[in-house]
Design a protein around this ligand. Structure first.
Ligand SMILES: [Zn+2]
Ligand SMILES: [Zn+2]
Length: 179
């Protein structure tokens, strides 16, 4: 087996995530154990004061500090993140470092001036987490709008898709996991 666990590393300040639900959903999909680490401080070197955002890919390297053998690291930040050339990103991942990070900043209804909905928020967090772990496992974007690997340009795309892989993407996931 190439991977035996997913380690979730939250960065402070922590968002209102139901940790048990996310752990159960990821274990159910990826068939490997999922563990939450204690939260750590958000590295301020990742902050771009002109943009008022954090550089997403900075976290991909920072997460290597928490690496354990055969693990996939998933960072969760509550701050807004970006990549050069993009206004913002929901998440970023690298199949080389086997790390991924998601931002919950734009997953709240309140960001769009709508009443908060904790179920919807948790579904969005799950979709972004599964999507970025999919990239860690080497998957590209999928043309099926219901597949979790469909590219989300906006939250409408995220809300339309499920947090599951289509059958062709799931085959790739299982083979990347050595299952
Ligand atoms: Zn993607
Ligand atoms: Zn797919």
């Amino acid at each position: 087996m190439r991977f035996n666990s997913i380690i979730i590393q939250p960065y402070l300040p922590e968002d209102r995530i139901d940790k048990k639900i996310l752990k159960e959903r990821l274990e159910n999909i990826f068939k490997i154990s999922v563990r939450w680490n204690q939260p750590v401080h958000t590295p301020e070197t990742a902050f771009d004061r002109f943009r008022g955002q954090y550089l997403g890919s900075y976290f991909l390297r920072d997460l290597l500090k928490y690496r354990e053998e055969k693990s996939i690291l998933l960072g969760i930040v509550s701050r807004d993140i970006y990549e050069p050339g993009m206004n913002f990103v929901f998440g970023v991942a690298s199949p080389h470092t086997k790390t991924a990070v998601i931002s919950t900043y734009r997953l709240h209804n309140s960001f769009y001036g709508l009443p908060e909905n904790s179920h919807l928020f948790m579904d969005r967090v799950t979709k972004e987490a599964v999507h970025e772990i999919g990239h860690v496992l080497g998957l590209s974007h999928c043309p099926d709008p219901e597949c979790v690997m469909y590219f989300s340009n906006s939250l409408l795309d995220t809300d339309r898709k499920s947090f599951y892989f289509c059958s062709s993407c799931y085959e790739k996931v299982l083979s990347a996991l050595g299952l």
